[in-house]
Design a protein. Structure first.
Length: 155
């Protein structure tokens, strides 16, 4: 039976014995565009407006938040008779502070977690192990407690 198992798994073992190429994909971002991401009746959302590094896992979440907020601003604009361009600029301004914070914290977490220094790795691992879960949760409370249902007010 042992011999059969060895023979049956030989293709898998053969694959493991050959060195596989290591693929390396660099991560890029760019500074947020500030408080205006579009012109006229056009705006950008998600990564097109504000690409963030994946260190917080918030890229897709920010795009979903953008969509929800954008719809709120367009509905209010329609109800009040404001033109679309002004509502788009208000939407961009309303999102810029949160986007800036997510961008900055994601970069900081990336720098801490991706150090090449042996001392930096040791210290990062040590701090991570000693940090209580409740403190880690508290550190990101602002991120996870975002209330997309809050009403839109005229800016």
């Amino acid at each position: 039976m042992v011999k059969t198992a060895r023979v049956a798994h030989r293709p898998a073992l053969k694959c493991l014995s050959f060195p596989l190429p290591v693929l390396c994909y660099d991560i890029f971002d760019r500074e947020p565009k500030g408080m205006q991401w579009g012109r006229g009746r056009v705006t950008l959302i998600g990564d097109a407006a504000h690409p963030v590094q994946p260190n917080l896992g918030q890229g897709g979440c920010m795009a979903i938040e953008d969509c929800f907020e954008l719809v709120k601003y367009l509905i209010v604009g329609q109800e009040t008779g404001e033109d679309i361009s002004s509502r788009l600029r208000q939407f961009e301004q309303s999102r810029s502070q949160r986007i800036e914070k997510v961008f900055t914290v994601s970069r900081q977490v990336g720098k801490l977690g991706q150090t090449d220094s042996p001392i930096g790795c040791f210290l990062g691992n040590w701090i991570y192990r000693l940090t209580p879960t409740w403190l880690g949760d508290l550190q990101f409370k602002w991120l996870f407690d975002y209330d997309a249902k809050s009403p839109v007010y005229r800016i």
